[in-house]
Design a protein around this ligand. Structure first.
Ligand SMILES: Nc1ncnc2c1ncn2[C@@H]1O[C@H](COP(=O)(O)OP(=O)(O)OP(=O)(O)O)[C@@H](O)[C@H]1O
Length: 313
């Protein structure tokens, strides 16, 4: 196990910031820590890096108990994107070189690594620019490059895609994917960016007001929660189409869209045939896949949102 939280609580002053938190991060897994502002995500990350110590319970990293004083060996194997700010007056190259030396990386390797990373992150033309002249997204890229240049076993990212343009988000995610697949790196990311997260993440933990609300494998959690297949049907007469769909199973109009549920995937073939046979024009039938975002809203709000079908299933 790369990280292990066992009944961890953190009290600051008279308030419990985290209460009785339990979760594991496995080798080569991507773990997303989710929760609203002030939920306790940063505090959780700080307990892992030893910046804070637990009031109760035990935090283990690479199988060893973490304590705030003597964790140099453990920290050597962790990469932290938001560890501290960049040196604004130094260039990108100087920042990365300095950090590489701190990690004890050989000078030649530092050069190769900087080349490799600046290529991937498309920052070659900014290598000799002072950090103070970079945009927010570019600084974010330098922070990520800095965190991964010593090839850590555990990479901790706090809002890694914040400030990045859509193309760069895709590039960063696919690079992180390579890190996981090729080097078996474990990634812990705290994020508010939920869209498309299931393509990249293995496990999730949702915390709210310092309490663990949900934890486990994202796909299993979603499949257990929503067992039926939901299809959205776009036709020229949704009212008529609804009556036909109702003969086959639970169907309803939501936000002007016709949705129908099937227990088995191939049932949609019979429904679409019936719609065609009636003479309706069908413009599209799309499967609605439930997502981590649906799971998040259900868990945090405990109520319906535009993506969830809680009342119907
Ligand atoms: N040093 C501190 N003293 C007092 N309260 C603190 C301290 N650090 C954090 N807190 C409180 O603990 C709670 C959790 O904070 P934390 O920064 O962990 O949340 P977060 O989930 O990372 O939030 P965000 O998404 O806004 O970054 C908040 O209510 C915060 O005010």
């Amino acid at each position: 196990m790369i990280v292990n939280f066992e009944n961890v609580s953190k009290k600051i002053g008279s308030n419990y910031i985290l209460e009785n938190i339990n979760f594991d991060i496995k080798k080569g897994h991507v773990f997303a820590l989710l929760g609203p502002n002030g939920a306790g995500k940063t505090t959780t990350l700080r307990l892992i890096t030893g910046l804070l110590s637990a009031t109760n319970g035990e935090v283990k990293v690479f199988g060893k108990k973490i304590s705030s004083n003597k964790n140099n060996k453990i920290r050597q194997n962790i990469g932290i994107q938001n560890d501290c700010s960049l040196y604004e007056k130094l260039t990108v190259n100087q920042n990365l070189k300095f950090w590489g030396k701190l990690y004890g990386i050989d000078s030649n390797k530092i050069k190769d690594k900087i080349n490799e990373l600046t290529n991937i992150f498309k920052m070659n033309n900014k290598l000799n620019s002072k950090v103070s002249t970079l945009s927010k997204g570019m600084k974010q890229k330098v922070l990520i490059m800095r965190a991964i240049m010593h090839e850590p076993r555990l990479l901790i990212l706090d809002e890694p895609t914040s400030g990045l343009d859509p193309q760069m988000i895709e590039d960063v995610i696919s690079y992180l994917d390579v890190l996981v697949k090729k080097f078996n790196t474990s990634i812990l990311m705290a994020t508010h960016q939920l869209q498309g997260l299931e393509d990249f993440v293995d496990d999730i933990a949702i915390i709210n007001s310092g309490k663990l609300m949900l934890n486990g494998n994202a796909k299993k959690l979603i499949n257990n929660r929503w067992k039926n297949y939901v299809y959205e049907i776009d036709s020229d007469h949704n009212d008529i189409a609804l009556n036909i769909c109702l003969k086959y199973g639970n169907s309803y109009i939501k936000n002007g869209k016709l949705l129908t549920e099937c227990i088995k995937r191939n049932e949609i073939s019979n429904i679409s045939k019936a719609l065609f046979d009636y003479g309706l024009n069908i413009y599209g039938i799309v499967e609605h896949k439930h997502t981590i975002k649906d799971m998040y809203f259900e868990t945090i709000k405990g109520e319906m949102n535009e993506y969830s079908y809680k009342n119907y299933i």
